[in-house]
Structures are given as structure tokens and as C-alpha cells.
Design a protein around this ligand. Sequence first.
Ligand code: HDE
Length: 742
Amino acid sequence: MFTNHEEQPVSGTAHQRNDIPGAPGAEPPTVEEPTSPREPLPPKPDQSGPATVSPTGQPTGADQADVAQRGGYLTTAQGARLYDTDHSLKAGPRGPVLLQDHHLREKITHFDHERIPERVVHARGAAAHGVFESYGTAARITRAAFLAEGARTPVFVRFSTVLGSRGSADTVRDTRGFATKFYTDEGVFDLVGNNIPVFFIQDAIKFPDVIHAGKPHPDREIPQAQSAHDTFWDFVTLHTEATFHTLWNMSDRGIPRSFRMMEGFGVHTFRLVDAEGATTLVKFHWKPRLGVHSLVWEEAQITSGVDPDFHRRDLADAIEAGAHPQWELGVQTFPDNEEQMFEGIDLLDPTKIVPEELAPVQPVGLLTLDANPSNYFAETEQVAFHVGNLVPGIDVTNDALMQGRLFSYIDTQITRLGGPNFPQLPINRTHAPVNDMLRDGMHQTAVHRGVAPYRPNSLDGGCPFLAGAGTGAYIEAPVEVPAARKVRDAAASFDDHYSQARLFWRSMSAPEREHIAAAYTFELGKCYENAIKERGLKVLANIDGELCRTVAAELGLPVPEPTVELADPDPSPALSQIGKQWPVDGRVVGIVVTDPAQDVSEARQAVLAAGMVPLVIAPTGGEGVQRTFATARSIEYDALVLAGAPQPAADGYGARDAKVSDDAEAVTDIDSRVLLLVTEAFRHGKAIAAYGGGDAVLEAVGFTSADAGVVGAAGGGDAVEQLVGLLRGHRVWDRFPPALGG
Ligand code: HDE
């Protein structure tokens, strides 16, 4: 068989030259797009890259557009214009490819090297640019200039999961990273935190072990991005210091609704230093303006398949829509005494929190994320955080986890980013002048002048000189180190692995407890080894008897006795996510219509007026329709409006076909995909409103406005108004059965 190309008459040299634009005899282009060469559009305002300065602090005059595609013509990497990039240079149209094809070789060689190693942990992430505005309230305890009153500092924030590979899903049960790069005038400050305020381990030397246990099994490389497997539970039940962190993971905190609705924590205790050198110990907190909100487990699982990029999309969409997410940075403060304890809590133990009721979080500034990255690789992938990126006024403590991190971050970037010059990458460049004596190395992009990168010297005018306290030097706080013997050991207070886990459990509401018990049941139930399940139950017995009994009953295993005395600490209400009211900005409301032409402008406008996002769902596409019954799944919506009486289902989608209900009489006429949408939304605690005959769908699946969070409405505006009231509580919690101490 001949291809079209082969059927063309081949007429020697003339044919071979014909497709060179402008060459004698060249045919005019037969396609309408692209038209003629033109300068590309400038980046959208929210796509401009970080302000760039050279490694020596001078403005480069180069913004993003200078290093990306520019100009109307395709060129090689060396700037030579190309006339064809779709055909290799061959000895005749059917002949072998010639080695001399430098364009082919350049194109493929570059492609062959496009990937860099993914992060050894926190491989999957999403990021955004923003600004941090300081209230000045921290100025009395730190000299950090970016925490002075009114200071505005550009930031870049990367959120991540910990265990999954770069291509894994967003909504898996896991800890989330919350890493912020502050480009301050005094140098870069990185606050490399998580959405959980404690960590698995107390000493960095165990980090490779906990990660080996959490990552997929080394033989089959499964399961991906999961903690529900034997090696994870083997580790966390043998290293019981992990109990508290694991309990956070099993709680709703392990499956956030959105990056925008997560708290962030610096985890370790930091030391702040004021202008006189006085020190205060602090723990950093990020408090989301939209409140802390989570998915429910079934929703998280469905989302992993339906939209694995759910969190990434949510963040980017919200920023693009102008719903800029905000967090307040706050600090808990503690006196810097010799013991470094507060109310009996060891501040150097990263598996412990200080309840907010004992040390309130004091707001010190506001973070707003207002611009999406222009290029995922250049920014989100190449950003390199480091716990040791500190500015004057912020210092570290002796937390053994933190100390190990101070070594690890630079080290890992050298492999990941191919050498020691990663601070020169645009996203990593400080906005403060750089005058270092670091030279050469792979991917060096600075052209350093001068002959004397050492000091003192007499050749480069003696430069650079050393700064002092009065000229902005970073000076470590001169903390006393008590005389001690070298040991591989930890303080006795580090042996308490359960009391704060119990405090957390006692602070949870009934539905939160139910979710925790279900999560342990699922995760331990996925383990193959009975010994690991039994050890897991022993850990639970030391948290709470009822939790342990519930999970044991589900696993069909005996209930062990606790091995520690169960104290009854006061609950910390701040740990619960339920019972507060939050803004509804950026929440997604699905409006189900039965005819693509149906007018739902009143409902749409009401959703928009409330600062939320309306998505119209119709049987088929059409003007004003964003989702069809084929593309809509419940997980995308925080609430549903059923607008209009249902029409007969399309062939193959009757409820009988989908076996949605046994009561086939009542439901055969309604599209089974809509029935699934509504039943899932109901099961996941989402608010539902119906008007204009939409209640027929509710009736078909057995719901009425007597059910919690299901409302009948007079019209679109009324429906949305009622939904807003329900959405402020995030979910309809009354639908979850009161269980486990509720
Ligand atoms: Fe990390 N961690 N970590 N970590 N971590 C990394 O650095 C490490 C820990 C955190 O979005 C790595 O650039 C050690 C605690 C975040 O790019 C690596 C220990 C907390 C991110 C590393 C810890 C974190 C990382 C991998 C035990 C919360 C993602 C890639 C002592 C306070 C940053 C990289 C981003 C990334 C080491 C424990 C947060 C290997 C040795 C505790 C948010 O350097």
C-alpha cells in the first residue's frame, strides 16, 4: 500500500526544495494557521517569572521572556533559523537518515536529557508565587527585617505529598509538604514545613528507614503513594514514637480537600533573636483563611482515579480566577530557658505539639498566593528548599531531627539539580546582593570577574569584607552548650509516645473519630501479616480502648490490653476541624439541568455573587454547559443544585441498566449517572438543593428535605442562599453516624 506521500510525483531537486518557505517554486501555505511570523504574546500578568537578579546581585535585565521562546521563527539552540523540524535529513525520501543532521541530533539529544531525578521524598507537588505582608507583631522578638511592620516580601510556596512518585495522585492519604521560600532583602529564608505539626521520628538518623518503609516495597514496587502496606505499618508499630504522626495521617488531616484549606507547621522549635540578642523559642503555624477542610475517604479514592490532579488543578484554578488563597503566619512563643521545656512538653521533641490552648498562636503576617508559575519544570520542579536558609533574627535549635535536615537539603539538591550551582537557577535566586567566593562547578552561569576569590586578599582591593552585627551579618545566637558526654541517646522525655496521641483522640468530634477508626481498619486490613495487625492494635490500645475495640472487631482480632497507663489530658478544641464557620470562597457548586438550553442564570449569578464557582452539568454539551453527564462526577462539587424535572434517560443509562436501585419502578426514567452523582454527594456529606422539579431526582433515590443538608428551594437564588449557609460548615456533619464516644 502506498502512503499519500509516496503517491506524490517525485521530481528531483525541485521537489526537494519546494517545501522551503520562500524558496523558488515554493507552494503558498495551504493551511490557515499559523499565519505569518509574529512576536509571541507577552506572558499573562500572572505568568511573569520571579524578579531575577544575577548571582552577584545585579539585575540581569532578563525576564522570563528572554529565556523562553521568542521571535517569530523557529531556531536551533544556537539561534540558527530552521525551515523544517518534522523530517530528518535523509538520502532521498525513502533513504536512511544522515548522521550529519545536526538539527535532528540536537533535538533528540536534548529530549533524551529532559528529565531530572525526582525528589527522593515530596516528589509530587504544586506551587504558586505570592507575597507575605508582615504585621510587625513579631518585631519585638526578632530582628528579621521581613517580619518588621509593613514589610512586603515575595514568596514561592510548594505543596507536596511525601510518599508518591511525581506522577502519582494528589488525594492519597499522606502528609502534605508546605514549603515557603521568602525572598527577603537579607537573603532567602525557607520555612520547609508540613501540614501536620509533628513528625514520625525524633532523630534524623532514622529518616532513611521511615522512608524506606513508607515507599513501595522494593521487590514489586507496589503500592504507589500509599501507607496501607506491611512495611509502613511494620515500621510505625515498631518505632512507636511514630504513633502521634500516624494518628494525624489516619485522621481527616491525611486527605485535605485542597491545599488552600490546609494548616502548615514549621514542626521544629525555632529560636528568634531580637536586635539586642535576646532569644525566644517559637513554633511556626500557617492558618488558612478558608479553614481546615478535608475530603472523606471514599471521595479521596474516587478522585485519585477521576482527577489525579485535583489539588493541583484546584490551586491553579483558584489563583487564575482571582480567588487568591491566604494564610496567616503565626507563632507560639516560649521562654528560651535551659530546659527548653514548656508546661512539661519537650520543645526539642518533634513528635510533640504544644496545644494552642496553652500557648496561643499569635498572628505575625499574611501570605497571599496570587500568581501561578509560568513553567512547571523551571519553577516548581527546580525550586530547592533548605532548612538552613535562614536570615538574621531566625536561628535553629538542638532538635536532632532539625539538625539532620540542616545537612540533607543541600546534599540532595546536588544530585537532583546536577551540581552545586542550583542557587543560580532563576527560581532559587536570592533577591539580596550575592558576593560569595564560591566558584566554578557544573552549570556555572555567572561570569565572575576578579582574580582573588579568597580573603583577605590584596589583589581585588581586599574585597569582599566581612559584615558585623551592625551591618546585617547572620550571627548564630551564642547559646550555651552544657558540658556533656558524647552519646547515641535521647532525653528521657522522648520516651512518651502516647499521651499526645490520646490528647488528639480526645479532642476529636464523633464523625472525626469514626473516620479515624475506619482509616486504621482500612490500612491495617490491607496488611498481609497478622503479626503487624496485632502490633497495630497494641498501639491503638495505648491511645484509646474504644478505638482499639472498634478496629479489632473489624479486623476480627482479639483486643489487647494497654501497656501504658492511659492519662486523661484535657482536650485541645483547636485540633478538631468541625464546628466552626468558614468563608465559602472558591467552593464549587454543580448545577444539574436536564436540558442544555435550560436557563439557570439566576442560580449561576447567585453562586458567582457568593464568590463560588458554578459548573452547569447537562445531559450533553451546549452553550453555557461546563460538564455533561458523561464527564461529571460528584467529587468535583462541594454542593449540588438540582434544577428542573428529569428527562428520560439516554439509552443504556436507565437506572435499571446501572442497578442503582431495587425500586426500578420509581427510577427507570432518570439517568443513572445523575442518580449516582446525587447519592455520592449525599454519602459524602454535601449539601443538595432542588427546585423546579429537581426533587424528583431526590425522591428517586429516597432523599427528602427532611434529611440533613437537603433543601427544597423556591428558585435558583434561594437554593444557592441555603447552600451557602450549609457550606460554611464545610460538610453536613449530621449525616455521619454519631459513633465512638459521640
Ligand atoms: Fe524533608 N526532605 N526531611 N521534612 N521535606 C526533603 O529535600 C529530610 C522533614 C519537607 O517542596 C528533601 O529538596 C530529612 C520534616 C518538605 O521541594 C530531603 C528529614 C519536614 C519537603 C529531605 C526530613 C520536612 C522536603 C527531598 C528528617 C516538615 C519538600 C527533596 C530529619 C517540617 C520541599 C528535597 C519541596 C524535602 C530530607 C524531615 C518537610 C531529602 C533528612 C520533619 C515540605 O532533603
